[in-house]
Design a protein around this ligand. Structure first.
Ligand SMILES: Cc1cc2nc3c(=O)[nH]c(=O)nc-3n(C[C@H](O)[C@H](O)[C@H](O)COP(=O)(O)OP(=O)(O)OC[C@H]3O[C@@H](n4cnc5c(N)ncnc54)[C@H](O)[C@@H]3O)c2cc1C
Length: 376
């Protein structure tokens, strides 16, 4: 088989890239997927769209993605069910300066981000311990979408525009044979351009062609909580920067997560209910009523971590025709719309409309990493 562009991975990022390439007039696009579309981290991810990052470029990527999400129904016919949601980031004195700097960076980009006095939050965060909290931030533009609808919108639009999506087709090796050749479980695919968008598995594909792509899997578990009534108003996300406790207070019921004790580098993504007592213990430091609640089940998926917790986007200069769009370190759904557009522009127009060079793979060899401090 031959393609002009081969995209490896049919997660939200790979499908957004293929859709944007097709929209820009690129012909013969193939997407290969080892399982089925959305089987990777995308199928586990929440729909949080937050602007509250510490890295200026991440703030910009959310702004641009949100602009595209507002037009998604008009472009694809699928309604991503965009709604407004409040994220509250809680900082003790230790993280206060970081939170203030991040809010300033967001305001500079025109966002309505603010710092709130912790005491003001008492009525809406009734069961949350606030006495050691020095500052809380929120951003009026933060939102939520429905990830499966977004994925379906990209998938169906790809098909409509003539993209071939080959599911159950795993890339085993990538080689340079004049053009790039992907050896897959159903034969080889030759392409001038290949984009690695394989999420947590991207490093393995890089390795097969002799390129080190520093992306490692890291299990992230979130648990459904029963018996935690009225701890906070519904429809909000709380993140305690100090203890790394996240509470997503959905209308259907709360979900809680902490930064796991999992091993970086393991591809195991089974939910482990034996971790529930430890999760409760950590979460109770911020939400004391959780001690009496029950963790009844949950979701586990692989975060795709890079050393500086920012994605690797763009050309891999050592292999002509090879690109990478992976390593979102837990915030890939919200940035997929704009990243798809940027990668397609790099391939079709040779120049993206947004300068993304800060996230080039070269930053690791040039010692120019940009650390993202706010990873939920
Ligand atoms: C519990 C949880 C909550 C989250 N909440 C949010 C949130 O609120 N907001 C947000 O923006 N992000 C969130 N995320 C992160 C988000 O889900 C990911 O960053 C995003 O889905 C990454 O998309 P991707 O397309 O890069 O990777 P993936 O979805 O993993 O897609 C990569 C695909 O490549 C395929 N693949 C791998 N190897 C090969 C191969 N050799 N050949 C062919 N195919 C291959 C995989 O099967 C997979 O389908 C969350 C993640 C988790 C786990």
């Amino acid at each position: 088989m031959e393609a002009d562009v081969l995209v490896i991975g049919a997660g939200i990022v790979g499908l957004s890239i293929a859709y944007n390439l097709a929209e820009m007039g690129c012909k013969k696009i193939i997407v290969t997927e080892k399982e089925f579309a959305g089987a990777g981290t995308t199928g586990k991810g929440g729909g949080g769209i937050r602007h509250q990052f510490s890295t200026e470029l991440n703030i910009k990527l959310t702004i641009e993605s949100l602009n595209l999400l507002k037009r998604f129904k008009e472009l694809t016919g699928y309604d991503p069910q965009l709604k407004s949601i409040s994220y509250y980031l809680l900082a003790t004195e230790e993280e206060e300066a970081l939170l203030r700097r991040s809010v300033d960076a967001q305001i500079k980009q025109g966002l309505h981000s603010t710092l709130i006095e912790p005491s003001e939050l008492k009525p809406i965060l009734k069961g949350v311990k606030l006495d050691d909290i020095a500052a809380v931030s929120t951003c009026r533009e933060d939102s939520w979408i429905n990830p499966p609808t977004l994925l379906q919108g990209y998938y169906d639009s790809c098909i409509r525009l003539g993209v071939s999506i080959l599911e159950h087709t795993e890339v085993k090796h990538l080689r340079k044979e004049g053009c790039l050749r992907a050896e897959t479980t159903v034969g080889h695919i030759d392409a001038e351009t290949v984009v690695i968008a394989a999420g947590a598995y991207s490093g393995l594909i890089g390795k097969s062609i002799g390129v080190e792509i520093p992306i490692q899997p890291f299990k992230r578990q979130v648990f459904y909580v029963e018996g935690l009534d009225k701890v906070a108003e519904p429809n909000l996300v709380l993140f305690d920067l100090h203890n790394k406790v996240a509470l997503v207070n959905r209308v259907e019921g709360p979900i809680v997560g902490i930064h796991d004790r999992s091993t970086l580098g393991s591809f195991d993504e089974t939910l482990n209910l034996n971790d529930a007592p430890y999760v409760k213990e950590v979460a109770a430091q911020r939400i004391p009523p959780i001690k009496k609640a029950e963790l009844t089940g949950g979701i586990a998926g692989l975060y795709e971590m890079t050393p500086d917790r920012n994605p690797i986007i763009g050309k891999i200069a050592s292999v002509e025709g090879l690109f990478c769009a992976a390593g979102f370190s837990g915030h890939g759904i919200m940035h997929a719309p704009i990243i798809g557009k940027i990668i397609a522009e790099m391939i079709v127009k040779d120049k993206p409309s947004i300068d993304i060079s800060q996230f080039s793979i070269n930053r690791f060899s040039n010692n120019k990493q940009v650390y993202e401090h706010i990873v939920i």
